[in-house]
Every structure is written in C-alpha cells, then in structure tokens.
Ligand binder design. Structure first.
Ligand code: 0WD
Length: 255
C-alpha cells in the first residue's frame, strides 16, 4: 500500500459514516496521512468529531465550512494556514440539489434550484481551489467527486447532472491553471453508492440493481474503492495525471 506519512489532506463533505468522503478518510488514515475535516453546518459537527475519533491517526482539526459563503471558506483556510501551514491535497465531496428537482421533468427545473445546485456542487470547487492554492507550497493534488450523470442523461439525475458537467469542466480549467504551481486537479467518477445524498434520487435501488446486472465487474462500487483511488491520486504514483476524470464504477461507463 501507498504511504502518505508526513502529508496533510483536507477532507470536505463527511456527513456520516456512509459518506464517500468517509471512505476517502479511512483510506488516507491507513496511509498514515494527517487529516483535516470540514463540515457544512453545526448539525454535522458532533457526528463528524465522533467519527474522526474512531480513526487510527490523531486528527485534531475539524472545522466548519459552508461552501456557499466566501467568508466561511476564507476563514476556514486561514485557520488551516495558522494551525498547520502547508497542505498537500484536498478532497471535495460536496453536492446539493433540491429533492423535488431530482425527479420528474428536467424542463421543470427552477432558476433557484439550478443556481443552488451549481453553487454548492460546482462553483465551490473553484473558490476552494483559490484558497487552498497558497497552502500547497510543496505542490498538491485536488480531487473532486463526480457521477456519470454529468456525461450522459441518467434517469432523475437532472439538475445535478448539469452541475456535474460544470464541475468536470471546472476540474479541467483548474488543472490548466494550477499545473504551473505543481498542483494537480482530478475527478473521480464514482458508481452509485447508497449515502444520505443518494436518498434524494428517485429509483436509486433500480440504478444499483442495473449496475450489478450489467457493469463489466457485475457489482456495485464501494466507498473503499473510491478511497483507495483517492490515495493514488494524492500520491506521487499519479504525478503525471491532471485534468482527468477517473471512473471508479465497475466499468459501467464503457457500456
Ligand atoms: O451515488 C453516490 N452517492 C455518488 C455520489 C455517486 C457519484 C458521485 N457522488 C458525489 C456526490 O455528488 C458528492 O459530490 O460524491 C460526493 C459526496 O456525496 P455522498 O457521499 O454521496 O453524500 P453525503 O454523505 O450526503 O455527503 C454530501 C455532503 C453533505 O451532506 P448533506 O446531507 O448535508 O447534503 O455535502 C456536504 C454535506 O456534508 N454539503 C456541503 N458542504 C459544505 N457546504 C454543503 C455546503 N453548503 N451542502 C452539502
């Protein structure tokens, strides 16, 4: 396995133990990395702190960061700078859309709902990269989570599919921009995983079942698989890769 001992990573988007961000946290913890966690709002603080306490490493920094607030993002990275200094990578595992827009006709999407999904699920990567960049003094690796619904039309994914397309293009523009500073930016396109966010998507069970029946590997993706891929993208093993969307989806995307 890959060692990331002596390196520090920021993990954004742990809501509970089912979160994909938590799969990434566990893999990074096993690699010996030092971790910093950010959570969306007060209601997540205790659950995130309780989870972090179950990890092997001693990861003390758990900070609020609502990505819809420029001030919150600035404050969060200021605190990280003061307390830790240099970071080596960041996992963006954040998305949101209104439940009513993850079903029915895409043409019914409201302006508010469209902008909200873009704001939290896509623009957030850009502002986070802006504030993370000065802390990546030894180079860095930024990883965002996406879904195949950003490449092709998937049932009910609707407004979130458009947000993921925008997120994936942001990954490419950020990669082009930050490469000169030794910072790589990539996306992991995960197969569907049953999480809190996934609860909002209608017919999620049907989607899981289809992957089991039709994907090349004939099984669903696990948070551990995404976590291990994130460790690869955070390590020197992937030093030649940037601007990429790597599918960790049992091969479903080839169909
Ligand atoms: O099938 C899936 N679950 C897939 C998820 C397949 C492919 C990709 N993804 C993506 C999601 O779109 C997201 O980008 O993975 C990422 C993580 O999602 P998750 O692990 O499925 O979901 P969850 O455990 O709910 O974590 C998402 C978290 C939020 O939880 P809530 O329940 O509050 O939505 O995103 C965070 C929050 O922790 N979040 C925010 N963080 C900061 N500021 C904000 C915000 N304003 N809003 C949501």
């Amino acid at each position: 396995s890959i060692s990331l001992a002596g390196k520090t990573f920021v993990i954004m988007g742990v809501a509970n133990k089912r979160s994909i961000a938590w799969g990434i946290a566990r893999s990074l913890d096993q690699s010996g990395a030092r971790l910093i966690f950010t959570y969306a709002g007060e209601r997540f603080e205790k659950s995130v702190r309780d989870l972090v306490a179950t990890l092997d490493g001693n990861h003390e920094l758990v900070l609020p960061c609502d990505v819809t607030s420029d001030e919150d993002v600035a404050k969060c990275f200021e605190t990280i700078k003061e307390q830790v200094g240099t970071i080596h990578g960041l996992a963006h595992c954040i998305a949101f859309a209104k439940t009513e827009e993850l079903a029915g006709d895409f043409s019914d999407t409201s302006r508010d709902g469209f902008l909200l999904a873009q704001n939290i699920s896509s623009y957030s990567l850009t502002i986070i990269s802006k504030y993370a960049k000065p802390l990546m003094t030894e180079g860095g690796s930024i990883v965002a989570l996406t879904y195949i619904g950003g490449e092709r039309v998937m049932p009910n994914y609707n407004v979130m599919g458009v947000a993921k397309a925008s997120l994936e293009m942001s990954v490419r523009y950020l990669a082009a921009d930050l490469g000169k500073h030794g910072i790589r930016v990539n996306a992991i396109s995960s197969g569907p995983i049953r999480t809190l966010s996934a609860k909002g998507i209608s017919d999620f069970n049907t989607i899981l079942h289809e992957i089991e029946e039709k994907s090349p590997l004939r099984r669903n993706t696990t948070p551990e698989e995404v976590g291990d891929t994130a460790v690869f993208l955070f390590s020197e093993m992937s030093r030649g890769i940037t601007g990429e969307t790597l599918h960790v989806d049992s091969g479903y995307h080839v169909l």
